[in-house]
Design a protein around this ligand. Structure first.
Ligand code: GLA
Length: 392
């Protein structure tokens, strides 16, 4: 994690003043339940100790200067005239989305100078953008003493993604995990009711391992929005066939899908089948963890990978390679692609202390085959976002 002292120092070097506020929001790894959140289903992510850290100083006008450790171009924003940032400053569009949503929701925000530091890899499926959104929402809510609970801030972040500056129809998982995660726990989210419960992860017997394929992806440019549309289309057709609409794909029984299979094209059928089986796996996985049955838990991870590869088609050769090699290793219980897909990371459940040797067993072959090395991302679970006045 980038030390707070360094973040403050960077702020002072950049803005020639001391910060008055700090805020942080973690990235997340999704343990199981992918592409179910925007279909009202179940997901089980955990917040991780890779995070976005903000140091800020409130201004007495409505200008924002935003400088990031990860991007060379700073962004200058007029809160009275939000314009889509262009070119090198386009990284700041998540900020625009969040402040627009906060003000639409009734908060009046002051200008600020903000330094952004992050150690969440970009485009790796670990929710660097959701963490940025949640950090900005948490910071501003603290500054204006706003009424927003972590859950509201997560919803603001999601609305920012859907809005005119980002235009990705994402579900609620990433922002919820970043806002509501807890150390030593995963977060089971019912994405229809938006209720969430904490699921303990027994660190004495099991560790999470993340392998970054280093194949970059971007949700906006990916087929993500296409998948959302395929699912919406399938929901309408199944509702018509059923004689009554279903609130979401999560409410479609497997028997209904089979009965009306001929109403869907083959792709749509498989997208829905993935949702139905994945929702069941999220619950099966949580039950297996609670019972301490790590072999069963790992089996559900492997089945999730197969479903995302074959039915939902969000995997790629690189992630299939990593998942197969980890799954075959005696130190691992199970492994799957995690997050949006088409690149990014795999997550595995492994015996404590085995992650480095599992990684070594595949890294060389992976590099030889794909021409770039994978990265082992060592991390632990973490608490959700927080903000406070800068300690003097
Ligand atoms: C991205 C989205 C999430 C979720 C995952 C896939 O991370 O932001 O809402 O849909 O993809 O599970």
């Amino acid at each position: 994690m980038i030390p707070w002292d360094d973040v403050s120092k960077k702020f002072t070097e950049t803005f020639l003043a001391t910060p008055t506020w700090i805020a942080r929001a973690p990235g997340r790894v999704n343990i199981i339940g992918d592409h179910t959140d925007y279909n009202g289903g179940f997901v089980l992510p955990a917040a991780i100790d890779r995070e976005v850290r903000l140091a800020a100083r409130v201004r007495d006008d409505r200008k924002v200067r935003l400088v990031s450790s990860g991007y060379p171009a700073p962004a200058e924003i007029d809160l009275d005239n939000l314009q889509a940032p262009k070119g090198n400053a386009s990284w700041s569009r998540y900020f625009h989305g969040v402040v627009e949503q906060l003000e639409t929701g009734g908060l009046r925000l002051p200008g600020a100078d903000i330094y952004v530091a992050s150690d969440i890899p970009f485009g790796a499926g670990l929710s660097s953008s959701a963490a940025f959104e949640v950090a900005v929402g948490t910071l501003y809510n603290a500054i204006v003493k706003g009424p927003l609970a972590p859950r509201d801030i997560a919803l603001v972040g999601q609305a920012a993604e859907h809005g005119r500056f980002v235009k990705v129809n994402c579900g609620i998982m990433d922002q919820y995990a970043s806002a509501l995660g807890r150390r030593d726990h995963a977060l089971m989210i019912d994405c229809h009711s938006l209720d969430s419960t904490l699921v303990p992860i027994d660190g004495e017997h099991v560790e999470l391992m993340i392998v970054d394929s280093n194949k970059k992806r971007s949700l906006g440019a990916s087929e993500y929005n296409t998948r959302c549309r395929e699912c919406e289309g399938a929901l309408v057709r199944l509702g018509e066939a059923n004689g009554a609409m279903f609130p979401s794909l999560r409410h479609v029984p497997a028997s209904t899908l089979e009965r009306h299979r001929d109403r869907l094209d083959e792709k749509m059928y498989r997208r829905v089948r993935h949702n139905i089986t994945e929702n069941a796996r999220v619950h099966d996985f949580a039950r297996a963890m609670a019972a301490g049955d790590l072999a069963a838990a790992g089996h559900h991870l492997n089945a999730s990978h197969a479903s995302l590869r074959d039915d939902y088609e969000t995997s790629c050769e690189e992630l299939d390679f990593i998942a197969a090699r980890v799954q075959a290793h005696a130190g691992a219980y199970g492994c799957r692609i995690t997050g949006g897909g088409w690149g990014g990371c795999a997550v595995a459940l492994v015996k404590p202390g085995t992650a480095a040797s599992i990684f070594e067993s595949l890294a060389g072959d992976y590099a030889a085959r794909f021409g770039q090395a994978p990265t082992l991302i060592a991390c632990n679970t973490a608490d959700g976002a927080s903000a406070s006045p800068h300690p003097k």
